[in-house]
Write a protein of this length. Structure first.
Length: 312
């Protein structure tokens, strides 16, 4: 149990931020479902840390993210010599995101990657690249290494002369061999990569994109200094089972404030109608799957959606 003074600090955090980050339960298809979470075991004893750990759990942040936020709130308090319940932590130094070695960073990519099509085959990659989608990803699922090699090589060939940037999901060696623009990995795939493998990807000149689903995963992604960071899932999606609840635009906006040193891609259940509110958060790219492959006219959808997002 928290003592009364720490409980009062936690209550102040919840009071000031519940309208923005508060856990809430909706039941319509486009809503974000967030519910209060159990407070995880404390790792420190300072008042600001304990108050933030409890408050962020009440606001619906999962244990690893509540811990990450509580640590940041404590550092913010120490840095400013003042506990401020109104200021949601957003300084990179409070999350341990400063002081990285530029020599270990992956090659840069544009801050505004534009419309980002995540596509199931080389055929789709080529079609959307020819339709004007500036950034495309091949997400080809197979255990057949020969089939993977063929599909990746076909995708690289399909984007030639289109100007599209091609990322390959997961299959990093095939991407290097075929000469793709970059690779994209999820958190589990990132954790599975050994140091020598990351060094090989970096040395090849390929760009690296990393998926994140909250504060702790953003900190983990920063440790390898990728070329861009994907933030999601913003809204509910049926395309893959997610370990975390959809994040919503309020959290997305907070993530953008914290991670603005990187090009940022919003992903997860985003429809054309939601593009303006997503772009208002400051992301430079929106990734879509169904909005292209399930569209009645995918080529027209590609041109329509691409027009929303500037490209650098």
């Amino acid at each position: 149990m928290l003592n009364s003074d720490i409980q009062a600090l936690a209550d102040r955090i919840v009071h000031h931020h519940s309208a923005t980050f508060g856990a809430r339960l909706h039941h319509d298809a486009n809503s974000v479902e967030l519910v209060p979470q159990p407070t995880p075991p404390a790792q420190r004893s300072e008042a600001a840390y304990l108050a933030a750990l409890h408050a962020c759990s009440q606001l619906g942040f999962i244990a690893v993210d509540a811990e990450c936020l509580a640590q940041a709130w404590q550092r913010q308090t120490e840095r400013t010599h003042h506990f401020d319940a109104t200021h949601w932590p957003d300084s990179p130094q409070d999350f341990g995101l400063s002081g990285a070695n530029p020599a270990l960073a992956f090659p840069a990519c544009p801050r505004a990657l534009g419309l980002y099509g995540v596509l199931p085959s080389a055929e789709w990659v080529g079609r959307m690249a020819r339709a004007g989608v500036p950034t495309v990803q091949l997400r080809f699922k197979s255990d057949d290494q020969a089939a993977i090699q063929r599909e990746v090589q076909a995708a690289v060939k399909a984007v030639q002369c289109t100007g599209a940037r091609l990322f390959i999901n997961d299959h990093w060696q095939a991407a290097i061999d075929a000469g793709a623009y970059g690779i994209h990995v999820g958190q589990e795939d990132l954790d599975a990569l050994e140091g020598a493998q990351l060094d090989a990807i970096r040395a090849s000149g390929l760009r690296l994109g990393v998926s994140t689903h909250g504060y702790a995963e953003m900190v983990r992604a920063h440790a390898v200094q990728p070329s861009y960071i994907a933030l999601g899932a913003v809204f509910p999606t049926t395309l893959k089972r997610m370990a975390t609840a959809p994040q919503g635009t309020a959290r997305l906006q907070a993530y953008v404030r914290l991670m603005q040193q990187y090009p940022l891609v919003a992903i997860g259940g985003i429809s054309a109608e939601q593009f303006p509110e997503i772009l208002a958060t400051g992301v430079g790219s929106i990734a879509v799957v169904r909005a292209l492959v399930n569209a009645p006219d995918p080529d027209a959808a590609a041109q329509h959606l691409s027009a929303f997002i500037p490209v650098s």
